[in-house]
Design a protein around this ligand. Structure first.
Ligand code: ISL
Length: 630
């Protein structure tokens, strides 16, 4: 209402189709399984779903390698199943976002098959083809020194046509050339295909990689030990990026403004560029590009300097405060809009990384993070399982239990490097191996033990990083019941191992229990909806650390409107005080000179007290509380 577009108030529930619910007993989640559990999503208080890719795909990167955007991955179901899912969502007031993966396709897509067929193919220019360079010994070298995001060179040699093609992710994910207008038109037509079937918007994968610098120049050498270098300066946010987005907006998105459901939305995945001005350049309303972006800086907070898994930086509340304050402040300044989230399918769970999944603290920590997310201004995104406090895989899991390409490739490249070093007789030499290693290689897992040690080299440090950040963690099957495999599947074996903790941590065990994480999320989302002027659309102000203490994140959210019925010239607004204890000890908070005195507790664990008294409040480990001045 109030003239706000629907997507500003949306609570988007991300579904990872392979891991949500298996309806036909083949061990893999599917579309009918999703449709069967929509009531759970609606009852939670979500208002939209985002489906990670469901399209036809050889699944080399779990569907982020699409071979036909107008068809469904066979094991997930049919086009009719997808249409029924969309209808069933709409019948429950849920909108549907699909995942638009058009920076690249699968190498099995008809477009790429055509493109690779010959140098004179009409679609040759839909991808990036370049001649080889010649190395010092006359050997064939890639056209530039860019590293693939998944390891190795960003270029793949094509024997048939004797040229390299650009593949920033896997060799089986060739990058599309958006400079080609026909290519763009084909992508727009596929978007329309889904809007015509009721889709309400897209999450746009690797959005700002769609324009590269046309010369594809060599990258500066930032890692002298690595064979290939990050080319992000040349392949991210290239010169035509904004032109493409405006064209997409005018040519496709605006046409669906009158779709009967308030139009369609976009959220772009923004990588590598995170400064305020460039984010604003994508989302400032007047620019008519995207509605919002995922900036990625919270998800990346604990990545290592040289590589996600190479060491890493432990969680620092100071960093989270800074990121939160930056974007909460920046979006009102540019008339843009935030995408508020901490979890997605590309890393570990925030509960395990930034709070605690220790059984002593887990439930309270999950509620505390829910308190953080549900009180901020923006469109809220949560990942399936977050609503019941699902956690990362346990430390007892071995390297073989991680099956995603990203961590597996990294693990194998470090293993190979350490073996080389060992056999050369050199000790030491651990750490970053950025771009080295076989990409897309199969796993060499013959001598891995369950504790992650292999017989000749110690890999426990890498395994510890995977335990925190491997993408597998965000992709573990949904835990519905205490039955075998958490009620995710009736098959003997799920496609991916279910977390060991499912007998205790599942939807059925929490449903109807007022002190559960699930009940807390429902309550928090109901509060967010009821007090949308305070939270969704409110003004954020951080309390200085000097007043909150190092371990408490404290901020206020102030309603954008004056309180109903106030006659005093409109000075009085609703204000909420949010207190989040990110430590495993008790922490005291008190206002200054009577500030916040008598404010009522409006959200918090059942056993916390309120209203806020003169002597302040002592927060339990990982406790979150919200007080209101009403
Ligand atoms: O996963 C990452 C870090 O762990 C990112 O670097 C990620 O690869 C990047 O954000 C792009 O992600 C998206 O496109 C990829 C796909 O593998 C991811 O799942 C997707 O979210 C390629 O399509």
């Amino acid at each position: 209402g109030d003239g706000d577009p629907w997507w500003k108030d949306a609570v988007v529930y991300q579904i990872y189709p392979a891991s949500f619910r298996d309806s036909n007993g083949d061990g893999l989640g599917d579309i009918a399984g999703i449709t069967s559990r929509l009531d759970h999503i609606r009852d939670l208080g979500a208002t939209a779903i985002w489906l990670s890719p469901i399209f036809a795909s050889p699944q080399k990167d779990m569907g982020y390698d699409v071979s036909d955007y107008r068809d469904i991955h066979g094991p997930y179901g049919t086009l009719a199943d997808a249409e029924r899912l969309i209808d069933e969502c709409h019948a429950r007031g849920l909108r549907v976002l699909l995942d638009l993966v058009v920076n690249h396709t699968s190498d099995q897509h008809a477009w790429f098959r055509d493109s690779r067929a010959s140098r004179s193919s009409p679609r040759r220019d839909w991808y990036f083809w370049r001649d080889a360079r010649t190395g010092p010994d006359g050997e064939r070298r890639p056209p530039n020194n860019w590293a693939s995001i998944f390891g190795g060179s960003a270029w793949t040699w094509d024997e048939g046509s004797q040229q390299y093609y650009l593949s920033l992710f896997l060799p089986s994910q060739p990058d599309l050339n958006w400079a080609n207008e026909e290519m763009r038109e084909a992508a727009y037509a596929d978007m329309e295909f889904w809007f015509d079937r009721g889709a309400d918007g897209f999450r746009i994968d690797s959005m700002n990689l769609m324009s590269k610098h046309p010369d594809l120049p060599d990258a500066a050498v930032t890692d002298p030990d690595a064979e290939f270098q990050s080319g992000a300066a040349w392949f991210a946010s290239g010169p035509r990026m904004h032109e493409y987005l405006r064209e997409m907006r005018a040519r496709v998105l605006d046409k669906y403004a009158a779709n009967g459901r308030g139009g369609v939305m976009t959220v772009g995945e923004l990588g590598f560029t995170k400064d305020e001005a460039s984010v604003a350049s994508y989302v400032a309303a007047a620019r008519r590009e995207l509605n919002m972006v995922f900036t990625g800086d919270i998800v990346d907070m604990d990545f290592g300097e040289a590589h996600k898994y190479a060491g890493g930086s432990p969680f620092r509340l100071e960093t989270l405060r800074g990121i939160t304050s930056l974007w909460q402040g920046a979006m009102p300044r540019c008339d843009g809009w935030n995408a508020v989230y901490m979890d997605n399918h590309d890393s570990g769970r925030s509960l395990s990384r930034y709070a605690s999944d220790d059984p002593r603290f887990r439930a309270r920590a999950a509620k505390m993070l829910a308190t953080y997310l549900t009180t901020l201004s923006g469109t809220l995104f949560l990942l399936q399982g977050q609503e019941i406090g699902m956690a990362n895989a346990p430390a007892s899991w071995g390297a073989d239990d991680y099956i995603d390409v990203e961590a597996s490739n990294y693990y194998q490249s470090v293993l190979a490097q350490r073996r080389r070093e060992r056999h050369r007789g050199g000790g030491g030499g651990v750490g970053g191996v950025g771009g080295v290693g076989g990409k897309g290689s199969g796993r060499d897992d013959d001598d891995d033990d369950d504790d992650g040690s292999v017989d000749d080299v110690d890999m426990s440090d890498v395994l510890a990083q995977m335990r925190l950040k491997a993408r597998d963690n965000g992709r573990l099957p949904m835990q519905w019941t205490s039955e075998r495999h958490g009620g995710f599947t009736d098959a003997e074996r799920p496609w991916m191992r279910v977390n060991d903790d499912y007998p205790e941590w599942n939807v059925a065990a929490q449903d109807g229990r007022p002190d559960s994480v699930l009940a807390y999320w429902r309550e928090a989302l109901a509060l967010r909806k009821r007090e949308r002027d305070v939270f969704v659309h409110g003004r954020y102000d951080m309390l200085p650390v000097g007043r909150s203490g190092d371990d408490i994140f404290a901020y206020t959210m102030t309603s954008r409107r004056c309180r109903d019925g106030e006659k005093d010239g409109g000075g009085a607004r609703k204000v909420a005080l949010v207190l989040l204890n990110f430590s495993d000890g008790e922490r005291a908070f008190s206002g200054q000179e009577g500030e916040f005195l008598g404010w009522n507790k409006i959200l918090g664990c059942k056993d916390t007290r309120g209203p806020l008294a003169g002597e302040g409040v002592t927060l339990k480990p990982y406790e979150g509380i919200v007080y209101g001045n009403w």
